[in-house]
Design a protein around this ligand. Sequence first.
Ligand SMILES: NC(=O)c1ccc[n+]([C@@H]2O[C@H](COP(=O)([O-])OP(=O)(O)OC[C@H]3O[C@@H](n4cnc5c(N)ncnc54)[C@H](O)[C@@H]3O)[C@@H](O)[C@H]2O)c1
Ligand SMILES: [Zn+2]
Length: 357
Amino acid sequence: MHFKTSDNIEAMSTKLIGNSRVSALAKLDRMLQGKAFRGARFFIVLDENSYACCLPQVISRVTALQEAEFFEVPVGEECKSLEVAAQLWGALLESGADRNSVIVNLGGGAVSDLGGFVAAGFKRGIRYVNIPTTLTAMVDAAIGGKTAVNVENAKNQVGFFHQPVAVCCDEQFLSTLPQAELVDGTMEVAKTLMLSDPDAFDMLDGRPLAAPEVIAHCAHFKLAVVKSDPHEASLRKILNLGHTFGHGIESWFRDCQRPISHGRAVGYGMWCALYLSVGKLGLAPTMLERYGQWLKGQVVIPRITLKDTEGILGYMRSDKKNADGEILAVLLQAPGVPVIDVSIDENEVRDALLRLK
Ligand SMILES: NC(=O)c1ccc[n+]([C@@H]2O[C@H](COP(=O)([O-])OP(=O)(O)OC[C@H]3O[C@@H](n4cnc5c(N)ncnc54)[C@H](O)[C@@H]3O)[C@@H](O)[C@H]2O)c1
Ligand SMILES: [Zn+2]
């Protein structure tokens, strides 16, 4: 007999709320006023920027949240710490939060990673809702139930799988997002399109990637992948396209005091993955060319020296997703046809990095 795990059931219950004729926030309001949330108290976790740029719209549109208490946390990675999580647990206890209480994360991926972590731990797990306010969070971070904090400078090393009950994507929040953050999110959009859409490369040349229908497509694709593999046993690994190289690039350049944002590092990492895909899986070379052209139009490509190559390789060797000392990556056979766990050797890594120009 086949039993579904409770996590599977939990993952399947995440409700994705987007804009259509009725605004996403109005739909969220209806949901939070429903029977499932009767008597619930709401606690909004946000940072300085989402407080200033996004809270007013939320309060005016979501009446269920008008009485909510809110907790402001430091901006960016600063908030993803055990200390901040402990402060929130203390504040929740002091406010009399109970098992029926709901955390509402209003912000980018840092806020939803932290707030989800706090929800997962509080009284052994309470419900939470994500209202993502960055492009990265709308198409990626807010969906999928991976919650985490950083410990001793190691990113996302302590966390839980705990699925949000709802993710409410309202693109109006992107109007105040700094351009650099928008470009970072665009890289995750490009990743999702390449994984999910045979016409991905036409989309790169065409309409803006932060368009509402593109965001909705990416969010639904991620949720579908997560539903079928909540714990990343197999299929979910496809979401790491560009990330094996990307994490190496991000970590090495941070060490060298020349930091490159996660999104940009993933953008460069995807070029390396596509480059290897041409030789190893027969991806059409025109796809690599088109992606390269698109990438150059978005970001400046860094100069990668031999020394950088060895540094990046050092990080890639210790990637937690490798097995038996091999470097494993997600490559692309064709747009919409990713292949997981492709073994790549060190010379292939060096070659790809040195050709990134
Ligand atoms: N859990 C997952 O599956 C997953 C996936 C991808 C990334 N992540 C995590 O997400 C984090 C990155 O997320 P991010 O890129 O959203 O960064 P972020 O949360 O740090 O937000 C980026 C910046 O934008 C500001 N901001 C947010 N919304 C705004 C708005 N509407 N207007 C103006 N400013 C706004 C923030 O205050 C911050 O300064 C990382 O910690 C990463 O590890 C998690
Ligand atoms: Zn990423």
